[in-house]
Ligand binder design. Sequence first.
Ligand code: AR6
Ligand code: MG
Length: 309
Amino acid sequence: MTFTLFPDTRLALARDALAGLSVGDALGSQFFVPGRHPADLAAGRLPAPPWSWTDDTEMACSVVAALGGTGRIDPDALALAFAEHCEPYRGYGPGAVTILRLIRTGTPWPVAAASAFDGQGSCGNGAAMRVAPLGAWYADSIRRAADQARASAEVTHAHPEGIAGAVAVAVAASLAARARLDGDRPEPARLLNAVAGALDPAGEVHRGVRRAAKLLGQSAAAVVDALGNGSRVTAQDTVPFTLWVAATHLGDYPTAIRVCVEAGGDVDTTAAIVGGVVAAYTGIGTPGGVPDGWLAAREPLPDWLPAHT
Ligand code: AR6
Ligand code: MG
């Protein structure tokens, strides 16, 4: 079935995904503070606010601002926005810090991105961590979600696996937002196999997402053993696990985030990815959605993000 999505609807879906992403990022990063334990979250003991967000949210805000302007990613403009808005103390990856510094000082982004990691390009999870709102924006087309995700990724991630991670997350968020509009939650296997179908079958992210579909119903600990939990900070080690969590807990944001926190690894980023995809489906303040209290505890989004985007 085809249908028309009005710009306001796209924006509302993207903003809900951004809320879920930023709350996941901000709450997840609280668990790197010494003395804080995942069991606190399970027991309902939340960290004291404010929960500061990190690079995941800062970059996602640039993506949403870019979409709010034209509805399409202009890679040159996005590269500049990433570079200009980068507050280095927000916990950026080392490759990203270098690339953004090069861009800020006049190096064209294709040159900067290609130079990372001895010319391999970055396969870090940073292109995947910021892209769920873009996927939600394209709730009407997984093909356009994939194309625009690729364009948003290439600015910093020249490695095919780094790009595949972003495509996978955007397609998952597109399907989640579509499911919300249709009122029809997809079976986890259907969601994961649709994501895998949008990826290059020769890639590791693709293989991981296919494996994730075969691990549905297993414990999260078993899935972490098989797929990783982001501790290597690469797309390959992060995206398959996060999509398993999102597919399994698509209707329950607090549980999805708790599973990320308990899994350990790159918790701010796993929770950002999962939070973005799940919130595209649940929204905010709904049963199973992003709790209003969690949103209130998150540091306000940057003031350069226009209210209408
Ligand atoms: N070969 C080996 N390791 C790699 C490669 C490669 N080609 N590319 C990346 N890595 P980076 P990001 C590893 O620095 O993707 C923040 O904490 C390498 O260990 O390009 O934006 C966020 O919260 C490198 O340090 O930045 C996210 O967790 C790491 O991947 C994350 O960083 C990250 O790649 C986002 O990182
Ligand atoms: Mg971070």
